[in-house]
Write a protein that binds this ligand. Structure first.
Ligand code: ARG
Length: 463
């Protein structure tokens, strides 16, 4: 196989080595970034007097032609070309002759791959972020129509205190907001240009790295070339950010699965985002949230895989680093698809308010309110109030009623200081709406949170 770069190694490589060594089958995904980077590099070489006018114009039009061929599917990828960088450069040289060979002046594949991969990560960081903003808009919409929808708030998956469904959705909004901010900060942290670092030590050619950085939309060139060609922190950042995002998606998925079971019956996923069983005709399965929960494992694996690849590497570039790409591509595609389908599934789900309200009448959700009443109205120390409330709950259990439905007389027998107004305090909706402290679940407070998130989303839309 004719090789573009056959320097020290003069014997033909074996077909087995070509297959083992090549990244072309997967890094061809980077063709647009590679061409964009090469055009910027050539433009800079021209501005520095390293390429003349016609050389630049041949290189640029050749690269544009190659991009067109790749997009149309007529470009022939050969495994012996090893990677997308070599494949494009070889084709360029075949197309425009010796001028093509000048493109690689003051550049190495080490800074070239660092550039292409970083451009890919930066672009997809913004894509995941904008998908997440759509998810946030749907969560906000659900919240707005459910500020009065009461459901049992849980700890240890046991009924704890009544909360409203909007409040529950806003908890997820808060999580995804932090995810958005993580993607934003990673974008800023990594927005520095690697090109011009060459193999590891810079170059004697009079290049202008500020110029390529500017042409490619980076803040500035990186500071130290040895670090730059060895650095894959930007890839770790996106893998970590996607891992945390998938953790949040997985937790929400788990709740959707539970809520759509007949035991809960809090929500139904729409038929267009549910599947059926191949044998049990009555079944409607929550495959979407199950798959979202399942895919989280693979995404974590991609993060651990790259951390492990990098941990023992001496500076600078080592071929191990070619293993950096597939996991990132996979996590990015998983994240984009996951956020999109979660958004659609949420947007089309039905909330069963009655079922949620009914569930609140199990588990004596206003017990804390009774204890608080005994403290406030009877002046009891909290621990005593706690104990008496416990005894009243046991009595309610015996009578097989919820505390909120227990006759006032029964309560008075345990605590004579109790007045008739205790009934109000045992009312579940009263219990929910009593939690007016900042960040609490009362409808009034939830509405403040909704207004806050709405303003935040609007400010994001204006960015
Ligand atoms: N295909 C390589 C990669 O993906 C490109 C860089 C190769 N550089 C080298 N000196 N072999 O990492």
């Amino acid at each position: 196989m004719a090789k573009l770069a056959s320097g020290r190694v003069t014997e033909q490589s074996s077909e087995l080595l070509d297959r083992f060594n090549a990244s072309l089958p997967f890094d061809r995904k980077l063709y647009a970034e590679d061409i964009r980077g090469s055009i910027a590099h050539a433009t800079m070489l021209h501005a520095q007097g390293i390429l003349n006018d016609s050389e630049l114009s041949d290189i640029v039009s050749g690269l544009q032609q190659i991009e067109k061929e790749i997009e149309e599917g007529s470009f022939s990828f050969e495994i012996g070309d090893e990677d997308i960088h070599m494949a494009i450069e070889k084709c360029l040289t075949e197309m425009i002759g010796d001028t093509g060979k000048k493109l690689h002046t003051a550049r190495s594949r080490n800074d070239q791959v660092a550039l292409d991969f970083r451009l890919y990560v930066q672009k997809n960081t913004l894509r995941v972020k904008s998908q997440l903003l759509k998810l946030e808009a749907v969560l906000l919409k659900i919240a707005k129509s459910n500020t009065d929808t009461m459901l049992p708030g849980m700890t240890h998956l046991q009924h704890a205190q009544p909360i409203n469904f909007a409040y529950h959705m806003l908890a997820y909004m808060s999580m995804f907001k932090r995810d958005i901010e993580r993607f934003e900060s990673a974008y800023l942290r990594n927005n520095y240009s690697p090109i011009g670092c060459a193999a590891l030590a810079g170059t004697p050619h009079p290049i202008d790295r500020e110029k390529t950085a500017e042409l490619l939309g980076f803040e500035a060139p990186t500071i130290n070339c040895l670090d730059t060609v060895s650095d894959r922190d930007f890839a770790l950042d996106i893998l970590y950010n996607i891992s945390v995002l998938m953790t949040h998606i997985s937790r929400l998925s788990e709740e959707l699965i539970l809520w759509s079971s007949s035991e809960f019956g809090f929500i139904s996923l729409s038929d267009s985002y549910s599947t059926s069983s191949s044998i049990m005709p009555q079944k409607k399965n929550p495959d979407v949230p199950e798959l979202l929960r399942g895919k989280t494992g693979r995404v974590y694996g991609n993060l651990i895989a790259l951390l492990t690849v990098l941990k023992g590497l001496p500076l600078a570039y080592n071929k191990d680093m070619q293993e950096d790409k597939e996991g990132v591509f996979d996590s990015v595609e998983t994240a984009l698809l996951s956020v999109e389908i979660l958004t659609a599934a949420l947007d089309t789900m039905t909330v069963h308010r009655e079922k949620m309200a009914q569930a609140c009448r199990q588990g004596h959700l206003s017990a804390t309110d009774l204890a608080d009443y005994l403290v406030q109205k009877c002046g009891m120390p909290f621990r005593d109030a706690y104990k008496i409330t416990g005894a009243i709950v046991v009595e309610a259990e015996k009578m097989e009623v919820d505390l909120s439905e227990l006759p006032v007389e029964v309560i008075k027998a345990f605590a004579p200081c109790v007045g008739d107004d205790v009934e109000t305090f045992l009312d579940l909706r009263h219990s929910m709406n009593a939690r007016t402290s900042q960040g609490g679940t009362a409808t009034t407070e939830t509405e403040h949170q909704i207004a806050w998130f709405a303003a935040w989303l609007e400010s994001k839309a204006r960015e």
